[in-house]
Ligand binder design. Structure first.
Ligand code: C2E
Ligand code: C2E
Length: 167
């Protein structure tokens, strides 16, 4: 039963939290942040040119790219950080007790790793939008909306980059 429970909380392709689990874990983290007055950053990340990987190299290659990217997240985030799959080629993270300056360093580290690992094939990169609590939003929904807008800006200004929402 435990195993079944665990599987239903996790995205089977990547091993990251599914969106529903991510949201419930983040609601708790937000409640903690409200109490402690500590910052928190919510991040949305989307693979660039992923559709062309799927189209030209096949879905199995596409799936491998998603798994490798998830592995990069796991290897480069702290255990207390929260990483989930938003859907498709989109990912979502929460960094508790982290300010926006540190969050930019962390996501830049991840962006560089993704760029390096796929540079000779697939040519996939990562666009990233960040939103910090409480400056860019105080609820999960407003933070997701702000991070999503920042991600859109990262995409529309050339991809393979980070943008932080105004706070
Ligand atoms: P740094 O790598 O320049 O990180 C600066 C600050 O960014 C860290 O300060 C921390 O507040 C935040 N940070 C960096 N990576 C993460 C992360 O994956 N998740 C979260 N939530 N926050 C992160 P801090 O904790 O005082 O660490 C100072 C320095 O100590 C780090 O500078 C790094 O050089 C080293 N360090 C600490 N923990 C680790 C670790 O687990 N692995 C490695 N390789 N270095 C570490
Ligand atoms: P962890 O805290 O779960 O961090 C997992 C991985 O996230 C680290 O693997 C590193 O790749 C990345 N990471 C986390 N925090 C930082 C950071 O501040 N800066 C940088 N550059 N990378 C970071 P790593 O380095 O192999 O460390 C494995 C585990 O060893 C860490 O797991 C943590 O439990 C411990 N550790 C390593 N260095 C430090 C340190 O300086 N201070 C503390 N308190 N623990 C450390």
């Amino acid at each position: 039963l435990n195993l079944l429970l665990q599987f239903s909380r996790i995205d089977s392709m990547t091993g990251l939290y599914n969106l529903c689990t991510f949201k419930s874990v983040m609601e708790k983290e937000l409640a903690l942040a409200r109490r402690s007055g500590k910052p928190l950053v919510l991040i949305m990340a989307d693979l660039d040119n992923f559709k062309s990987v799927n189209d030209s190299e096949g879905h199995q290659s596409g799936d491998n790219v998603l798994r490798q990217v998830a592995q990069i997240f796991n290897d480069n985030l702290r255990e207390m950080d929260i990483a989930g799959r938003y859907g498709g080629d989109e990912f979502i993270f929460g960094l508790p007790e982290t300010d926006i300056v540190s969050a930019i360093e962390i996501t830049e580290r991840i962006r560089e790793k993704v760029e390096a690992i796929f540079c000779d094939h697939s040519a996939t990169t990562l666009s990233i939008g960040l939103a910090s609590y409480p400056g860019a939003g105080t609820s999960l929904e407003t933070l997701i909306t702000a991070a999503d807008r920042a991600l859109y800006e990262a995409k529309s200004t050339g991809k393979n980059r980070l943008k932080a929402a105004q706070s």
